[in-house]
Design a binder for this molecule. Structure first.
Ligand SMILES: [Zn+2]
Ligand SMILES: [Zn+2]
Length: 293
């Protein structure tokens, strides 16, 4: 079974929800029969991620993430990074430092290292432009990304290197998203995920941050049993997100199976009450979705 729990469902600037980061848990039997999953993957960990995770560890069913009131970071085996905005990576410094020092493996005298997964270009930029400032200083020497993480670099253009699996059963393929164009489409790297249960053929679509681009995602969204798509509730002339008005133009069968996430703080103020009627709904934070049996 694969379960999916949003730490938060908010936009980069949301204050009533945490950032749209996702905990994916893979289970041989499922949460009714196990007190911890067999593999765990965070999809992004933004600047509110640690606070959101700290809230999650107090929820029923997530005790394995709780280490005497602190986040049990070694329970997070892997992290996938969709792109470099702070609402998606701002919590990684804390995770790396806590794993390196607080949860240090004292027997082997080395830091606990989770796996970090993304495209090669994002991983290079993530270190050089973002994480290096806080993580390169180590007593006695300069550190590198591989001092904190095992690195899995993917290439979305190369079949066989465009994904990874959990429990050898759930295949995750990354695809490029049209989030921000410096000069042309896809020139600033950002990614979404298409997840397939190789035993049953059932699939999940996760958009990542993207402008509305149904032409690019239609085949995946048609095939998926459930979709999670980002949304922006206010209009903008040159958006970098998917406007809710654009999302309403999706074919009805697609809308019905699509949960919206990455929204601002006004989702429940009235104008967007149509969302649960026209879509699967606004995604709920800190709730385990059982997406693949
Ligand atoms: Zn974002
Ligand atoms: Zn973004």
């Amino acid at each position: 079974m694969l379960t999916l729990t949003f730490l938060g469902v908010g936009s980069a600037f949301a204050k009533r929800n945490y950032h749209s980061n996702l905990l994916i848990e893979a289970w041989h039997k499922g949460p009714d029969h196990q007190d911890r999953p067999d593999d765990t993957l965070l999809v992004d960990f933004g600047s509110t991620g640690p606070l959101a995770m700290h809230q999650l560890i107090g929820q029923p069913g997530f005790a394995y993430l709780n280490s005497q009131g602190r986040i049990n970071y070694p329970a997070i085996h892997r992290v996938f990074v969709t792109h470099q905005h702070a609402d998606h990576i701002g919590g990684l410094e804390e995770m790396a430092l806590m794993n390196a020092y607080f949860f240090r493996d004292t027997v082997k005298d080395r830091p606990f290292k989770p796996q970090i997964i993304s495209s090669l270009s994002i991983l290079l930029n993530l270190w050089d432009q973002s994480l290096k400032g806080g993580l390169s200083a180590m007593a006695g020497r300069y550190a590198l990304l591989q001092d904190y993480f095992y690195i899995l670099a993917l290439n979305p253009k190369e079949p066989g290197k465009d994904g990874f699996t959990m429990l050898k059963r759930y295949r995750f393929a990354l695809f490029p998203t049209d989030h921000i164009q410096i000069e042309r489409k896809y020139d600033w790297p950002s990614h979404g995920l298409f997840i397939e249960d190789t035993q049953t053929g059932r699939c999940v679509f996760f958009s990542g941050d993207t402008r509305f681009d149904y032409a690019a995602y239609a085949r995946m969204m048609e095939r998926a049993d459930v979709c999670f798509h980002e949304v922006q509730l206010f209009d903008e002339p040159t958006p970098v997100h998917s406007l809710v008005g654009e999302m309403r133009t999706l074919p009805e069968p697609i809308r019905r199976k699509t949960w919206l996430y990455h929204f601002g703080d006004d989702w429940d103020t009235g104008p967007f009450d149509f969302v649960p009627d026209e879509f699967a709904g606004f995604a709920t934070p800190q709730q385990r979705y059982r997406v693949l049996d």
